[in-house]
Design a protein. Structure first.
Length: 210
């Protein structure tokens, strides 16, 4: 279901999740919401070297991961520090918890909205997409992205509005944007993430690693 183009720095971990009921009916339990705190116990730990390795990955194609274009994992740390990291839904909360503690940016797309084939590749040319309900756009040329038939739909900075999870979502694809310098760390993050999703009663299946 997913192909990954060769890249000298990318180490991707991706898996499919199948939920027993739509996300709108699946409440985020207390134990999961607690993981959105900076001081929560976690089996993976972010660090300054990890932050720099992630930025190097994004810079490789010419993208500048600074300011509003910084990796999503950095945004989560700032939001948690300022008390703004709240619960969204069980799937996104699990994503945010793992990204917050691992320091790795993560994308989650609704497989009912993404249009196959799916591929991880560099976005080429003058490319942008809408990333929120307000219609704001992000330029993604030179940035590693998840692509579907219609073009780029997710990356390590911001995911596309058209493929984000909704209340009726029952199948998702998670992409953890790791690097070759962080392969073991990425694998641990994938394993922890899958365990959180399975604790919610969902089934997961690894679709890409490496």
């Amino acid at each position: 279901m997913l192909t990954v183009d060769a890249h000298p720095l990318l180490y991707v971990g991706a898996f499919e999740s199948r939920f027993a009921e739509p996300l709108g009916r699946l409440s985020s339990p207390d134990w999961l919401r607690a993981l959105l705190g900076l001081d929560a116990a976690a089996p993976v730990t972010r660090s300054e070297p990890i932050r720099q390795q992630v930025r190097d990955l994004l810079r490789h194609g010419g993208y500048k991961p600074t300011g509003r274009g910084k990796p999503a994992s950095e945004y989560l740390v700032k939001a948690a520090e300022e008390g703004r990291l709240g619960s969204i839904n069980a799937s996104v909360d699990a994503c945010n918890a793992v990204s917050l503690h691992s320091g790795l940016p993560i994308s989650v797309v609704d497989l009912g909205r993404a249009q196959p084939p799916l591929r991880v590749a560099m976005a080429l040319g003058d490319v942008s997409y809408v990333f929120n309900a307000a219609g704001q756009e992000i330029r993604v040329d030179g940035l590693l992205c998840l692509h579907d038939r219609l073009g780029p739909c997710a990356n390590a900075v911001k995911d596309s509005e058209r493929t984000k999870t909704r209340d009726d979502t029952v199948r998702t694809l998670t992409v953890i944007w790791g690097t070759t310098a962080l392969n073991e760390h990425t694998d641990r993050a994938v394993g922890w993430y899958r365990s959180l999703i399975e604790r919610l009663g969902a089934q997961t299946e690894l679709v890409a690693s490496g």
